[in-house]
Design a protein around this ligand. Structure first.
Ligand code: B12
Ligand code: SF4
Length: 430
């Protein structure tokens, strides 16, 4: 049985399934793969519900392991594998990733393909597509470096176009989202993809994730081509507006690159979605202020899509992990302990409570208030004048950095706590 897991709650589900499999068929080998087992293979394989860990790119290693189960070859010669020998973890040498064109397209016919479509701002039938593996950058909070050591392997442009064309023909795909770690690394490939979209008359909007470093260096001609081919949105990890933070987290793109990209997007009519990280152990209130300022600039002249700020969570394998442990993060020592690792609720204990409150005010309340995106906005604030007044207050607060006596924020928190309790008690009595 194969189980795939990122770091966090997926491990909990994986362990549940593994326990059930072990109960029903005790001699069935249980193989784990994916980011978490690859980053901590020996700790993972030490668990009684893990027999093998396939590290990194998994296709060939898994194929060889299956051959071993059929009686061919031996465990020692399978590169990229971690297993137990006399109860102790053993890791064979790693396996460098191979070109993705060697593998066949994702066989959607084996699954319920409809479940992989979503109705979003690109189209009513948008699908995600991964066209590359790895990333050449080495951001200190990211584990891509530990996984692929700055290597980047992309499907060829022809292969991407063939696969997309087939998806359009077979499943009536109407929008495509390249959710790679970094789609735009190779401008030549991007150019060929765009030319192919146009030549093959694939009239579908598309989006891709990349970095401000690469995208701000693309030529105006390539931007024009991307727009013409249907590029609707780019997603970039901006992370911070503070040069001090950006340098310390080793982000290749600086604030100037981000602003240049913002301008290019405005010029070519492409949406810019971006993510922000706060709460690094070394971060000061001034760093956070600079980030808030940049976020406001990036939301001009109109709002760009952005999730609430993500609080830094120390992922294993990242350069900042040991720093976080030094700053008080409790190093999980088993798969069970890793299940509590939650990107949605984690807030570093090193963050000053006043600063944390200010971040939450900005990211979870004032900014969504200005952009009318408080979940259930009309229901939470039913009266037009209340909404209008609060929006003006929020604008005033953000433009003048007035974060003292945040009465409306406290009332909102209280409302959410009470509404949450009412919902719980209603669910309990139903
Ligand atoms: C697409 C994507 C997303 C999508 C979809 C996520 C999802 N749950 O499917 C979205 C945008 C929603 C997303 C959100 C987040 N993501 Co994300 N995301 C990715 C991305 C870019 C691609 C993932 C992917 O599908 N790759 C393609 C598949 C084929 O690769 P793969 O899963 O690694 O599988 C290969 C091998 O690992 C192996 N393998 C995997 N499983 C198994 C199992 C067996 C049995 C075997 C033999 C082999 C094997 O074989 C496969 C083929 O080679 C990766 C980065 C990357 N380059 O992979 C980050 C990544 C997975 N995301 C990450 C993070 C941190 C997040 C967020 C927490 C961000 C945030 N703060 O909100 C959230 C959490 C989402 C969640 N809980 O699921 C981290 C995870 C780190 C970790 N240690 O777990 C990654 C690695 C990025 C990074 N470098 O930091 N993400
Ligand atoms: S650019 Fe993105 S994927 Fe690449 S190392 Fe930085 S955070 Fe990770």
């Amino acid at each position: 049985m194969g189980i795939s897991s990122l770091t966090g709650y997926q491990i909990k589900d994986g362990l549940k399934i593994a326990a059930l499999a072990r109960k029903l068929k005790p001699d069935l080998p249980i193989v784990w793969g994916g980011y978490h087992p690859s980053l901590l293979p020996e700790q993972t394989v030490a668990h009684p519900l893990v027999d093998y860990v396939v590290r990194g790119q998994g296709e060939l290693t898994f194929q060889e392991l299956l051959a071993y189960f059929r009686g061919e070859g031996n465990l020692e010669s399978i590169n990229g594998l971690t297993y137990k020998k006399d109860g102790r973890p053993v890791s064979n040498p790693g396996r460098p990733p191979v070109d993705l064109d060697n593998f066949p397209p994702v066989p959607y016919s084996l699954v319920e393909a409809e479940r992989y479509f979503c109705d979003d701002d690109l189209s009513a039938r948008t699908m995600s597509f991964i066209s590359s593996l790895g990333c050449p950058h080495e951001c200190a909070f990211c584990c891509e470096l530990a996984m692929f050591n700055r290597r980047w392997k992309g499907l060829s442009a022809e292969r991407i176009l063939d696969d997309v064309e087939k998806l359009v023909e077979t499943y009536h795909l109407k929008g495509i989202h390249f959710v790679d770690a970094n789609f735009f690394v190779n401008p030549r490939r991007t150019r060929k993809v765009c030319e192919g979209f146009i030549k093959r008359n694939l009239k579908i909007p598309w989006a891709g994730s990349g970095t401000a470093f690469q995208l701000s260096r693309y030529s105006p001609e390539l931007w024009e081509l991307m727009r013409e081919s249907g590029l609707n949105r780019v997603f970039v990890g901006v992370e911070s507006g503070s040069s001090h933070t950006l340098e310390t987290i080793n982000k290749a793109a600086g604030v100037a690159d981000v602003l240049k990209l913002h301008e290019l997007c405005r010029q070519y009519g492409v949406k810019m979605a971006f993510s922000i990280m706060v709460g690094f152990p070394f971060e000061t209130a001034e760093d956070v202020d600079a980030t808030m300022e940049l976020v406001q600039k990036l939301n001009e002249p109109s709002r760009n899509y952005m999730d609430p700020f993500a609080f830094f969570l120390p992922y294993p394998g990242s350069k900042l992990y040991p720093e976080a442990v030094k700053s008080g993060f409790k190093d999980p020592r088993s798969l069970e302990e890793w299940t509590d690792f939650d990107f949605a609720t984690f807030r570093g204990t090193w963050i000053d409570p006043k600063l944390k409150d200010r971040i939450l005010q900005f990211s979870h309340f004032y900014l969504p208030l200005i952009h009318q995106e408080i979940p259930g906005w009309q229901k939470v604030l039913p009266t037009y004048w209340v909404r209008f007044l609060l929006r003006q207050m929020a604008k005033l607060r953000l433009s003048h950095k007035l974060y003292s006596f945040p009465v409306e924020w406290r009332v909102f928190q209280l409302y959410k706590a009470v509404a949450g309790r009412v919902r719980k008690s209603e669910a309990g009595s139903a």
